[in-house]
Design a protein around this ligand. Structure first.
Ligand code: AMP
Ligand code: ZN
Length: 113
């Protein structure tokens, strides 16, 4: 999508601090970290939100889930971590390209705010 900031990051048109990249997904550091480690994992394909995940995205979404532990290990999150998706208005989603926040290196609290 031409006016999507994460599509532009995926295309290399906007710089990011990359942690992991392959042909399907990209992981980069969040600009405004909420934990000592805070990265975003995105599919390169534009999917607006969890509400927009289609049956054809089954393999891609599953692929992301299998990569989380590898990225967490790479970042040294050996004592656990939190994976977050914000969806829509109530979920406080600000960027309308699906992404998973991977946060770690501090004790999280529950429930989230
Ligand atoms: P959300 O509120 O779940 O939509 O999360 C969007 C996240 O993207 C926020 O944590 C922002 O700090 C982050 N963000 C926005 N623009 C950029 C960018 N250019 N590079 C890295 N992170 C970004
Ligand atoms: Zn996009």
């Amino acid at each position: 999508m031409s006016d999507c900031i994460f599509c532009k990051i995926a295309a290399g048109e906007i710089p990011s601090n990359k942690v992991y990249e392959d042909d399907k997904i990209l992981c980069f550091h969040d600009l405004d970290p909420k934990a000592p480690v805070h990265v975003l994992i995105i599919p390169k394909k534009h999917i607006a939100s969890m509400d927009d995940v289609a049956a054809e995205d089954l393999e891609l979404m599953g692929y992301i889930m299998t990569k989380v532990k590898d990225i967490a290990a790479e970042l040294g999150l050996d004592n656990g971590y939190r994976l977050v998706n914000n969806c829509g208005e109530d979920g406080l989603q600000t960027v309308k390209h699906i992404h998973f926040h991977l946060l770690g290196k501090r004790k999280m609290t529950w429930p989230p705010g």
